[in-house]
Design a protein around this ligand. Sequence first.
Ligand SMILES: Cc1ncc(COP(=O)(O)O)c(C=O)c1O
Length: 352
Amino acid sequence: MQLHNFNSGPAILPKEVLDQAAAAIHNFNNTGLSILEIGHRTSHFVAVVEEAKQIVKRFMDIGDEYEVLFLQGGATMQFMQVPMNLLDENGLAAICDNGVWGNKAVKEAKLFGPVEVVSDSSDKKHTYLNKELELPQGTTYLHITTNNTVEGTQWHQYPQVNVPLIGDMSSDIFCRPTDFKKFDLIYAGAQKNMGAAGVTMVVIKKSLLGKVNRKIPAILDYQKHIEAGSLLNTPPVFSIYVSLLTLRWIEKEGGLVEMEKRNQEKATLLYNTIEAHPLFNCPIAKEDRSIMNAVFFLNDASKENEFLDLCKKSGMIGVKGYRTVGGIRVSMYNAMPLSSVQAFCDLMNHFS
Ligand SMILES: Cc1ncc(COP(=O)(O)O)c(C=O)c1O
C-alpha cells in the first residue's frame, strides 16, 4: 500500500534528498568517509555550511547585513535565545499569541524583560488572526509566528511596523516568495520544509545585536556564533547536510515561486473538498487559512474515529489533530506531492 505522509514535523522530505543523505552516510562526496565521520572544520564540511548559507541568502534576497546561522536546541530554544540577546528590563517585547507556539514565545520572553501580548486570538480558539496591532511606546521588537502549525492559521500579509520584526517561520519557511527583508530576525526548525530535526536556522540582521545589558553564555550568544561562522562548537553536521540537500532540491525544482504554485494548488484542492461536504467543517477564517497545515473537523464528532480509522487503513499518515485541538490536521509541506493530497481528498469524498 502506498503511504501518504501528512506528518506535521518531522515531516515528509523529497525522496531524492533521502537517497542522497543515505549515500552520504556511507561515502560523502567521494571522500571514502561518512558525513558522520568527517571533522566539522574540514574544507569538506565548511563548504556544506557555506553553500547552504548562500542558497538561503539567494532565496531571501538578503546581503551581508544579515548572517545565516545553523544552531541547535530547536525553535523552542529561540523562544528564550531571542529575548536573551535582544530584550532587557529597559525594553519591551510585543508578541502575537495566536496559538501554542506563540504562547510559548510569550512565556519564555517574560524571563528576560517586559512583554506585551499585542495580538491574542484565544477568544475564538485561535481560529483567526487578530491583525489589529497596537504597539506600546518603547517596543523593542515585535514577534510573530508566521504559520501556526497547530491551529492552521498563517499570516498572508505581515504587520507593517517601525520596530524590528521577528518571525518564527518554523512551519512555513520557503513555502513561497516572501519579503524576508521586512524581518530583522527569522528562525525556523528545519524539520518541516527545510530538512531533518536537529538544526534550527537563524537569520539575523547584525545591527540588531549588542544592545542589551546582560552577560550571555557563549553558546547562546548570536554574536559569538556569527564570529565563528556557525562553527562555535561541533554543529549537527548531518542535519545541516540534509538541509543543504533540501535547499538544493527547492532551488532545482524552481525555487520559491514554484513552491508557492504547488502549495497553493494543494491547499486549494483540500479546502475546496472540505467545503464541498456538509460533513466537514473548517472553522478557520478564510483569509487566514494556512497553506501548510489545514485544520478541520467532522460536523458529526461521533464519525471522527471512523474517519481516522479509514485514513489509517488507507495509508494516510499523521492526520489526527493536535492533542489540545482535536479534529483533523493535514500538513502539506513543500515535499508533499499533489497526488497525495488528491488521494486524501478522494478518501474524504468517498467517506462523505
Ligand atoms: C511554529 C513552531 N514554532 C516552534 C516549534 C518548536 O520547534 P522545536 O520542536 O524544533 O523546538 C514548532 C514545532 O512544531 C512550530 O511548529
